[in-house]
Design a protein. Structure first.
Length: 285
């Protein structure tokens, strides 16, 4: 990623490593090709700092050699540059979301459960409103909290999916407990029809939270190792048997395209599943 020449007052520009178009030095996403530059920006700054450091040490070495061959008749202080001179300040690199603590995980696990159970108690038990309002809220709330969790924290995708299922199961159990207490009915469903409705509702809430997770990865340009590994394996299968010249470049291109496709299509599919299992099935009653 080379640095483009510019006037001292103008903002520095660099060349995008993907499309070679000029972009701002602090840019994290290329405005021409839309690629993520999060990992290239700090690497470029470190290389520039190392280049300046090498230049300083070479100047100091040249000055020391010049002083060594100078006659000792008139002792003159040799202008030796201090090797330990402070390096130019390097702009801080943007930090990725940190791993959440136990408290944060419990907060994002308990908060949606309490909110959904409270909305169920208010809309169904207290106000006796149409259940459609609760189902719509059960799609919107987990989706928003899933996006917020991705924006704030960095967690492996399997753990996030497990968390989505836990939120759905605990929420539906809490709603069933409210109904059992208010109407004095058994807690567990009775009959295949009630079990099917419970399964649909759990699926709707879980897939809504999963939609929020993948939407957060797409909106906030987050990289996920699980998606990267899957994309690389699929790309390797597509390029298997290709001639050696250019194979590495095709593998990288296929990996990026597959990753972008998965990140874009997955939230659409999970959103459709969430709406169909949560809202459409309710309308068919």
């Amino acid at each position: 990623m080379g640095v483009a020449a510019s006037s001292p007052d103008a903002p520095r520009t660099v060349a995008c490593p993907y499309c070679a178009e000029p972009i701002a030095e602090q840019a994290l996403v290329c405005r021409h090709c839309g690629r993520d530059l999060f990992f290239f920006a700090p690497l470029r700054r470190e290389l520039e700092a190392l280049s300046r450091r090498v230049a300083e040490l070479e100047s100091a070495l040249s000055a020391s050699r010049s002083a060594a061959v100078t006659p000792v008749a008139a002792p003159v202080a040799a202008p030796v540059a201090a090797p330990e001179a402070a390096e130019p300040a390097i702009p801080p690199t943007p930090t990725q979301p940190q791993r959440p603590g136990i408290g944060s995980v419990l907060l994002f696990l308990v908060l949606p459960v309490l909110c959904l159970v409270a909305m169920h108690a208010v809309t169904i038990v207290l106000l006796d409103l149409n259940e459609l309002y609760l189902r719509v809220a059960s799609v919107i709330l987990p989706l928003g909290l899933g996006m917020l969790f991705v924006a704030l924290f960095r967690v492996r995708l399997p753990y996030q999916l497990l968390m989505a299922v836990a939120i759905a199961v605990l929420s539906v159990l809490g709603m069933a407990a409210v109904i059992a207490y208010a109407d004095d009915v058994p807690l567990m469903p009775r009959g295949a029809r009630e079990w099917r409705e419970i399964l649909y509702y759990v699926t709707s809430i879980a897939f809504s939270h999963i939609t929020g997770i993948f939407t957060g990865l797409l909106v906030f340009h987050r990289r996920n190792r699980g998606i990267d590994r899957l994309s690389h394996r699929l790309a390797s299968a597509l390029t298997d048997g290709s001639p050696a010249p250019g194979k590495a470049q095709r593998l990288r291109q296929y990996t990026e395209r597959i990753r972008d496709f998965i990140t874009l299509v997955t939230p659409i599919v999970t959103a459709i599943v969430s709406v169909v299992t949560g809202v459409v099935t309710l309308l068919k009653k």
